[in-house]
Write a protein that binds this ligand. Sequence first.
Ligand code: ZN
Ligand code: FE
Ligand code: FE
Ligand code: ZN
Length: 272
Amino acid sequence: MLSDYHLHTPLCLHAEGHPREYAAKAVERGLAEVGFSDHSPMAEYFDDWRMLMGDFPRYLEMVEEARAEFPSLPVRLGLECDFIEGRESWTDELAKKASFDYLIGSVHYIAPGWDVDNPRHLSRWRESGMVDEIWDCYWRLYAKMIRGRQFDFYAHPDLPKKFGLRPQGDLRHFYEPTIQALVDTKGVFEVSTAGLRKDCREIYPSREFLEMAFEAGVPIVISSDSHAPGEVGVHFDQALALVRDIGYRTSVRFRQRERYEVALPEVWPSIT
Ligand code: ZN
Ligand code: FE
Ligand code: FE
Ligand code: ZN
């Protein structure tokens, strides 16, 4: 059975549905386990798409409410944390604030004030040479995040393809340092169906990345990055078929920041 560890809550200001509604969907769709990983607060106001520190106690409460309502469904507690160079110590502080099952590391910011997946900055992508520069910058940060070993797994690799803009040619040279960092640190990355719902219409990461990772023995988790209850487990049939085709037969789960391996099912029903 599959799990879905990348679920948001309305506290991040751009998602909807109480955790109990996500849990209800997970039960309906046959998931073995879910986990909440809302966009982590910063110490001070930082941007308009994350929970405020003042709402953090409410986050913990909402996850507890989902647990209370679905006692047979394991409901894990996580956070999606932004990797920002120079602010690594904040992640260590956050990690102490609750009994987390896992922390997800994400690169959204490629420069101060520039979140790479925010359409607000799309005009910058059209400057000459910028797509290559964005990819360089993103992957440098992604590998650096992994080498910091602060997170249990890493979200949506190859997020900069979101808008369907990619550098020309073979992209594997962008992936290599990240694969090497995953190998060196025994890291885990996320296979995210969120990309299927974006302009790129493709799972994060690309097939080439997945092939390199499988070859190198890097474990995976499959997640949806749901921002609404209806997105829980969505397109998991496609993600499973892709990773199985590449050779994956297991994924991992987390409890209290310990990870363990589980077998992947052979097939998964599509959600209609
Ligand atoms: Zn989000
Ligand atoms: Fe993210
Ligand atoms: Fe997310
Ligand atoms: Zn996300």
